[in-house]
Design a binder for this molecule. Structure first.
Ligand code: ASP
Ligand code: MG
Length: 407
């Protein structure tokens, strides 16, 4: 007998019929003699609708009330799934994040889980009850409802698995697992059997939308193996786990892309110490993370300072940057929302030279201009015009031999 944590995403919970199917899957594992904790997302599209409502009220919705609003989607799905299980003759009980409680910090809309109390859950499990927990939400130490950022139910699931020392953490989604790239772009993309936490972190943060990045950070920290698989079939999925020797043998494991960033360029700033801090500090104070940064050096002691933020943070970041630009006496602030970040990822890069060069040559051959570059030990990312996204992904997938290779 094992303790199994399963998470079902919005698509898997999208209709009553699908919720019935989720219930059947849960029952199958439960009937095999396992304790079950199930984390669910809001029904697909619901969170987007709630966000749109908030934006209809005001351009900058109040942070606390925003979380009260968007957390409500998961309240609906926990109740429906618990009801469904009970109607099928099983003991089930739904929990909001605050009822567990899942304690977070107080950064609304991007809260981090700090602590999970497992007492109630343990007691219920002892009674043979199937526990259904609302993903995406928690509560801060003052009792305010918080949410964990879009896609946050993955993190709720991994955190529950870590807190309960679960034997398995299965994340059920609408894809079979993690692919070498988006199969919608490359029909010959293939499923990766096993991927390391670090590779997955790069791929998740780079826009391979399968898992929320924080869930992988959490899994790495607490050594939780995540099995990503489809709720629509019984195929084995992808294991996200500790790095091993096999993984290093592969040069590039995947090609990721991200159309979800926008570029802000502060033009002609007098080039002196402190500029980067003056531009970036107000953004971090507003909890906006900056991704890629490029600052050039100019001959006439002016510099252009360019960076990217997520599209969700763009409006706020621009307003803040315009203020800082005035302070540092920049000439202008320019923006570009039509960009795409393309990345190659693989732990094999640590021990192989020339990977970046091959990437740049491959893009050059197609006449794709590179606007920004950043690298880490296990990835190389470039920003290009968004219209080249598909082409860039395809040629890189080919160039690094990912197409059609054996799984
Ligand atoms: N419902 C939330 C969202 O759409 C959380 C999740 O699905 O993981 O972002
Ligand atoms: Mg998701």
């Amino acid at each position: 007998m094992a303790l199994v944590v399963q998470k079902y995403g919005g698509t898997s919970m999208g209709t009553i019929e699908r919720i019935r199917n989720v219930a059947k899957r849960v029952i199958k594992t439960y009937d095999a003699g396992n304790d079950m904790v199930v984390i669910v997302s809001a029904m697909s599209g619901e969170t987007n609708k709630l966000v749109a409502l908030a934006n209809e009220v005001t351009e900058f919705p109040d942070n606390r009330e925003y979380d009260v609003l968007v957390a409500s989607g998961e309240q609906v799905s926990i109740a429906l799934l618990a009801m469904c299980l009970k109607s099928m003759g099983y003991k089930a009980k739904s929990y909001h994040g605050w009822q567990i409680p899942i304690i977070t910090d107080n950064v609304f809309s991007k809260a981090r889980i700090e602590e999970i109390d497992d007492k109630k859950v343990r007691a219920d499990l002892k009674e043979g009850t199937i526990i259904i927990v609302a993903g995406f939400q928690g509560v801060d130490r003052e009792g305010n409802v918080t949410t964990l950022g879009r896609g946050g139910s993955d993190t709720s699931a991994v955190a529950m698995a870590a807190a309960l020392k679960a034997d398995v953490c299965e994340i059920y989604t609408d894809v079979d697992g993690v692919y070498t790239t988006d199969p919608n772009i490359c029909t010959d993309a293939r499923k990766i059997e096993k991927v390391s936490y670090d590779e997955m972190l790069e791929m998740a943060s780079l826009g391979a939308k399968v898992l929320q990045i924080r869930s992988v950070e959490f899994a790495k920290k607490y050594n939780v193996d995540i099995h990503v698989r489809s709720s629509f079939n019984d195929n084995p999925g992808t294991m996200v786990t500790k790095e091993d020797k096999d993984m290093e043998a592969v040069l590039v494991s995947g090609i990721a892309y991200d159309k979800n960033e926008a570029k802000i360029a502060v033009m002609r700033v007098p080039d002196k110490p402190g500029i980067a801090a003056k531009i970036l500090s107000p953004l971090s104070e507003a909890n906006i993370s900056v991704d890629m940064i490029v600052q050039n050096v100019s001959e006439d002691s002016f510099t252009d300072f360019t960076f990217t933020v997520t599209k969700a943070d763009f409006k706020k970041a621009l307003a803040i940057t315009k203020e800082s630009a005035k302070e540092v006496e920049a000439k202008d602030v320019m923006t570009d929302e039509n960009i795409s970040k393309i990345s190659i990822v693989g732990v094999g890069m640590r021990s192989h030279a020339g990977v970046a060069t091959k990437m740049f040559e491959t893009l050059a051959k197609e006449g794709i201009n590179i606007q920004m570059i950043s690298t880490s030990e296990i990835k190389v990312s470039v920003v290009v015009d968004a219209k080249y996204t598909e082409l860039a992904v395809r040629v890189l997938h080919d160039a690094f031999g990912l197409a059609g290779a054996a799984a």
